[in-house]
Design a protein around this ligand. Structure first.
Ligand code: SF4
Length: 708
């Protein structure tokens, strides 16, 4: 099926296929190519922006075969997703709100006012009354500068970003099991994996180039594919086994697979003995979690669970790939720990084509975590409450730093609502669409004394701000992104920013300096040099070394080649650790009043809160609005036909949205993508948190559906 990726255009040998814009606006000789990294998902495809020499416009996107990590492939967003850059709706000048209305201002006025308001709050209420949201959309340099400013300028560790909403449980779970919370292996290894177990990842839509790799591997006949997903996603067509578990029952499913592996003696005893500890901790929990027990909980036939367990355990190497279907639960950390247990039990860590591989959602969510946009760690996951680390950063940053871990995203919104956080600085995030229970988010943001938003558009969140500052987008600045396989890659300036928009890091430095904490860097490379000096896992990653191809951390010196897969001879924590995990239900189960499970996610043509993709002609033409997926048998009972407008209501909110009657979702479950401001799925979702990772349960809440 055509996915509009544009690959046929780039491969057409006769030139019969061409992009409309490129043919009408010039030929290859009229363009300058600038290599950069895709601003959308975590695959980190390398793109060439073809800019017209005369007009300075981006005319087409190409990608060169042979270049890591995408080998010339892109998806529809990478190929056709740059219209937003030249949008007339871009912010071009600072805006200050007066009596509820924005007026244009110059930078001096806006910076002075922003610094004054933050300073007043700090002096009156203390540093912890301030907070910042950093951004997985922006560069590593931007994120490093943001967390440095919040810590050294504001004086608090209240800094977080939307990794909290997607992979906080990955960071927490894998760090406990292995000592490092990142994707263990490389994208390139997926093509050669003898067995791939995809769970909770709609890979072909959310990480399309990796989805294509998986399909190619299966088509080549060398790879067995197991897909566990409550929906019939397109990858299930290629799967040897599809386990269709009920949403929120992953632990029961994975424990049952381990039950089979232990019962049938399929575990890797040598690996367990030499590389792990704590197997006895899980034996009992797994023993009671038989395939028959799991069938009752998950709805997956016990024999299918047995077959999947054997297929995974008997493969010479097996790779687990997962995403937010695993992480966005109140049991998100448990889910990740269960997958780590499964990999440890079968010796599938620390070798090629195996591992536990979380696919990071946004372009630089890995980098934002690596660079310390988290409330408990500095850059390189160095703990804020470790006095030795604190001293190192106090000396480097010439500032007094707090050892008290800060608040997470949802906690910041709760504290704003309660009046404990008074001033908030948001860089490139849009919690009014992305966060759970957005009614509550709005209440929090409106309760602040001062809200500063810097972004490329007047987003739903920016509209609530007191001051809005215009920032450059990815194509207008230099820097680096880190993709899902820990590869640090260059971002390069191809076009000029609109109006007076500035790089995010430069704006932050200006505010810091206006507040009396001087921050000045000549360019982004100088920031990277500081990052190298203070971040052991990034120490050897210089701009000159990643000019042609990125490097994967850990890269501890300028002669180190980077690390393709982690935990080869030893885990980062020494031994891999098994954790006892027992099945628990999601926080909010369906009942007679709210009889459906709502699960939310992403789709191929759009990205995150839609601020960029909804402003791209091709993408918005392909999918101009959202829809509620509902199973035909449920639809029939409610007299709902395909395309009918329905009301969806939860205990937190109500939206109206067209119905998409489809077998993709199981009976009793409905699905919505969260990209659409006209019917925001997060008006319905619940802000119940995983107790360890503090990630909200965006994948399960109870709703009712009614035809309008
Ligand atoms: Fe590649 Fe992801 Fe960009 Fe698509 S969205 S081109 S898969 S990085």
């Amino acid at each position: 099926m055509c996915e509009t990726c544009g690959q046929c255009v780039s491969a057409c040998p006769t030139g019969a296929l061409y992009e409309r814009a490129a043919r009408s606006r010039g030929q290859a000789k009229d363009f300058i190519k600038t290599r950069t990294t895709c601003p959308y998902c975590g695959v980190g495809c390398q793109l060439d922006l073809n800019v017209h020499k005369k007009t300075g416009e981006i005319i087409r996107i190409t990608s060169e075969p042979g270049v890591i990590p995408n080998d010339g492939n892109t998806c529809v967003k990478g190929r056709f997703g740059t219209d937003f850059i030249g949008s007339m709706e871009r912010l071009t000048t600072p805006l200050i709100k007066e009596k509820g209305v924005f007026r244009e201002a110059d930078w001096d006025e806006a910076l002075n006012l922003a610094a004054k308001r933050f300073q007043e709050i700090k002096e009156k209420y203390g540093s912890d009354a301030l907070a910042g949201l950093s951004s997985a959309r922006t560069t590593n340099e931007d994120n490093y500068i943001m967390q440095k400013f919040i810590r050294a300028g504001f004086g608090t560790n209240n800094v977080d970003h939307c990794a909290r909403l997607c992979h906080a449980s990955t960071v927490a779970g894998l760090a406990r099991a292995f000592g490092s919370g990142a994707m263990t292996n490389s994208i390139e290894e997926i093509r050669r994996a003898p067995c791939i177990f995809v769970i909770g990842s709609n890979t072909t839509e959310c990480h399309p180039v990796i989805g294509t790799l998986i399909r190619q591997a299966v088509a080549a006949g060398s790879t067995k594919l197991i897909v566990a997903d409550p929906r019939k996603i397109s990858l299930t067509d290629s799967a040897h086994i599809h386990l269709r578990q009920r949403s929120g029952t992953d632990v029961a499913l994975i424990n049952a697979m381990m039950n089979v592996i232990i019962e049938e003696g399929l575990e890797d005893r040598n690996f367990i003995q030499s590389r792990t500890e704590g197997l006895e901790d899980i034996r009992e929990a797994v023993k009671e979690n038989t395939p028959e027990f799991a069938e009752a909980v998950t709805g997956v036939p016990a024999d299918a669970i047995r077959e999947a367990a054997r297929m995974y355990a008997e493969a010479p190497a097996a790779s687990i790939i997962y995403s937010m279907g695993i992480t966005q639960h109140t049991t998100g950390t448990d889910n990740v720990l269960s997958l780590a247990n499964l990999a440890l039990l079968t010796g599938n860590v620390g070798k090629e084509c195996s591992g536990v591989n979380p696919l990071r959602g946004q372009n630089n969510v890995q980098g934002a975590c690596d660079l310390g946009a988290l409330p408990n760690v500095y850059n390189g996951y160095q703990k804020v409450d470790d006095p030795v680390i604190q001293e190192k950063f106090e000396e480097a940053w010439n500032a007094s730093l707090s050892t008290k871990p800060g608040l997470t995203v949802v906690e910041i919104m709760n504290a704003a609502s309660d009046g404990e956080v008074k001033g908030l600085y948001i860089m490139g995030e849009n919690p009014m669409i992305s966060d759970p229970d957005i009614g509550h988010v709005k209440e929090g943001l409106e309760n602040l004394d001062f809200l500063l938003v810097q972004d490329i558009f007047l987003s739903e969140t920016a509209q609530l701000a007191d001051i809005v500052l215009p920032a450059c987008c990815f194509a207008e600045k230099d820097g680096t992104f880190t993709n899902t396989e820990r590869r640090v890659q260059r971002v390069r300036k191809a076009v000029d920013p609109p109006g007076t928009a500035m790089e995010d890091w430069r704006i932050i430095c200006e505010i810091a300096t206006h507040m009396g904490y001087t921050m000045h860097y000549e360019n982004s490379e100088k920031i990277q040099e500081e990052i190298c000096s203070l971040t052991p896992i990034y120490r050897g990653i210089t701009y000159s070394r990643i000019d042609n191809v990125g490097l994967q951390w850990p890269c501890p010196s300028e002669t180190h080649p980077g690390t393709r897969f982690l935990h080869k001879d030893q885990f980062s924590r020494g031994l891999g650790k098994f954790h006892k995990v027992v099945f628990l239900n999601p926080k909010e189960m369906p009942d007679s009043e709210f009889p459906f499970i709502l699960t939310t996610g992403r789709m191929l043509q759009h990205w995150h809160t839609g601020t960029m993709t909804r402003r791209c002609e091709v993408l918005d033409d392909l999918v101009p609005h959202g829809a509620l997926e509902i199973n035909p048998s449920n639809a029939e009972k409610l007299n709902i036909s395909h395309g009918d407008l329905v009301a969806v209501k939860s205990r937190r909110g109500r939206i109206e949205v067209p119905a998409n009657v489809t077998e993709k979702v199981a009976r009793g479950t409905v699905f919505m993508a969260f990209h659409f401001r006209e019917h925001p799925a997060n008006a319905l979702t619940i802000a119940a948190l995983d107790p360890i990772a503090k990630i909200p349960e965006l994948k399960v809440c109870a709703v009712q559906v009614e035809k309008l």
